[in-house]
Write a protein that binds this ligand. Structure first.
Ligand code: ADP
Length: 188
């Protein structure tokens, strides 16, 4: 076999027939690539790539939240109550909007500016990275809290924040995959 054609055959670009006749295999190769990507994204779990969430108590003010955003260098905070249950989410723009409205940010409770439960889009550690990415795109948010259920002493079901998935988490995963660094998820 011509060595150049052999390389193209190995790469899957050309298909070789029984009497060494060659045919272009481009679209088939694209669909194979798509299958591989889809299988990777559906194998890697949220718990494999989640990062640390930054939370703030619901007794805090809008000013407290802005300071925490700067010191922790994050764009979104999760608001929890004394029992550790997720109450809301506050983004950079939520705080900016509140500040621009002219209210006293040092006296106004944070819960005036946050998006609150039950309107929070969440993800569980066992969901796939694909599902997380789809929720981020579909709901047009930057971050999803990774949650698990727990029961309060009085038996009410609540959500505990155990991590976060951000657009950066997804970008890092792409870089890791591109550099061949990430093996976990492929083997399962
Ligand atoms: P920004 O407002 O800084 O552009 P986002 O796009 O993440 O950041 O947030 C847009 C709006 O959606 C904000 O009002 C924010 O409170 C809300 N939000 C952010 N994350 C979530 C989430 N996971 N579920 C529901 N609402 C969210």
């Amino acid at each position: 076999m011509n060595p150049d054609l052999k390389i193209l055959t190995i790469q899957g670009i050309l298909a070789v027939g029984p009497s060494e006749n060659y045919s272009y295999n481009g679209s088939k190769k694209d669909s194979n690539l798509s299958n591989v990507l889809s299988s990777v994204l559906n194998k890697i779990r949220v718990k494999d790539i989640k990062s640390l969430p930054i939370v703030i108590n619901d007794t805090g003010t809008i000013y407290d939240a802005a300071v925490l955003m700067f010191t922790e260098d994050v764009g979104t905070l999760f608001i929890v109550n004394d029992g550790g249950a997720l109450q809301g989410v506050v983004s950079r723009k939520d705080l900016l909007k509140a500040a621009l409205s002219g209210i006293n940010t040092q006296e106004t409770p944070l819960n005036m500016a946050m998006t609150r439960m039950p309107n929070i889009i969440t993800v569980s550690g066992d969901e796939t990275v694909f599902m997380a990415a789809k929720k981020i795109v579909d709901y047009e948010v930057d971050v999803l809290p990774v949650v698990r259920n727990f029961y309060t002493k009085s038996g009410e079901e609540r959500l505990k924040v155990v991590g976060k998935i951000t657009k950066t988490s997804l970008a890092k995963l792409i870089v890791d995959l591109g550099e061949g660094k990430r093996q976990r998820g492929f083997e399962r």
